[in-house]
Design a protein around this ligand. Sequence first.
Ligand code: HAM
Length: 434
Amino acid sequence: MSGKAPRGTQDILPGASAAWTWVESRLREGLLRYGYREIRTPVFEHTDLFRRGVGESTDIVQKEMYTFPDRKGRSLTLRPEGTAPVARAFVEHKLYAGGRPVKLFYLGPMFRYERPQAGRYRQHHQVGAELLGTAAPTADFEIIALLVDLLSGAGLDGLAVQVNSVGDARCRPAFSGELRAYLLERVDALCPDCRRRLELNPLRVLDCKVPGCREVARDIPSIQDHLCPDCRAHQEEVLGLLRDSGIAFRVDDRLVRGLDYYTRTVFEVQHGGLGAQNAVGGGGRYDRLIEDVGGPATPGVGFSSGIERILLALETEGAVLPGDPPPQVALVVAGEDPARRAAHVLARRLRRRFAAEVEFDPRSVGAQMRAANRTGVPVVVVVGDEEIASGKWTVKDMRTGHQSTVPDAELEAHLARLAGRGDADADTDARKDR
Ligand code: HAM
């Protein structure tokens, strides 16, 4: 036994988990405001779904999937991404039958066998949204705007939006052919992966990071010059909407993204603080995917974004995210049984309304008070023989040091005044210390 989590995975420990919960709830709020509803799909699927959905030419399918036979020999794969599973569920449950469009979101772990580095993990977590059933450019705009709004709603500045079009069934084949011919003349300069890509999807050479391929890619014909009139009009409409709403973007004709299902719009949002793995989110339109996984012709567009990268980017901006809130009440046990037992019974009662902590082991009242003080708890209830005999609790306001004696029946009301009922006054915004 190695005693270590598998390479490329991370434990999210108490202390860090509160930041995750905070970001996730911010994302959920934003998604609900845009009218997206949550879908939860399994973390594993039939391998074939990703082969057909994500595509044979992609790095994901060629070398990054966690694929294994189950006990009956069926090939299963831990999901490397969320769009193909959503497409599968959309078809399986005939979600198209309930009227269009269908707006879905998901949050959860994804698995890719990649070389781990800062911002790149073998298990990472994504938030994603998919808008199915409309081919309108306004849908592409909504998805890009949603991603930008979610990221800035989580507190991120410094976002750069890149947009491109990869064409459609009408204009892409001609461009791919021209590109293939161009690349074949320079095939010796290409890396082995790109030589393979040349056959399946030559556009992928455009975003290869190997220096030789980048050199070749520099002078490659631009897809922007090869879009058919419909694709061009679609793109102009999307870009116009981005301009109208003040979302800064750059058209990057080298942006093709690593998944085969895209048609027309592709986009990525980058963050300068992230280093080599600078894509904090990305997505695009996929008008053939639903058919490719066996459904009726249904256009779609979506994005996903890595939660780890959102958190890393926030960190580089100096954001201080909310931690776990302190308890509202601490029970201090004065003496042994029956006080100890009474304190635990009382703690359970108070926990219907308050976040309450109680001592397990025999410790002096002084030590318990000091420990309570360190947690920042606003109120302490002392439970000792005297209190049990009198039916009145000793309640100490930790901020003023004021101590009072409160009849049992009035305890909750008294605590509510001192501790507050909920977290209404808790700091719910990310704070930035610069
Ligand atoms: P993707 O670009 O492969 O797209 O991944 C989306 C985001 O997930 C990336 O921008 C990045 O933030 C994060 N991410 C990806 N791989 C890793 C990794 N190994 N470690 C940490 N973070 C990672 C998709 O997955 C598409 N399904 C997006 C989409 C949705 N297209 C249409 N709808």
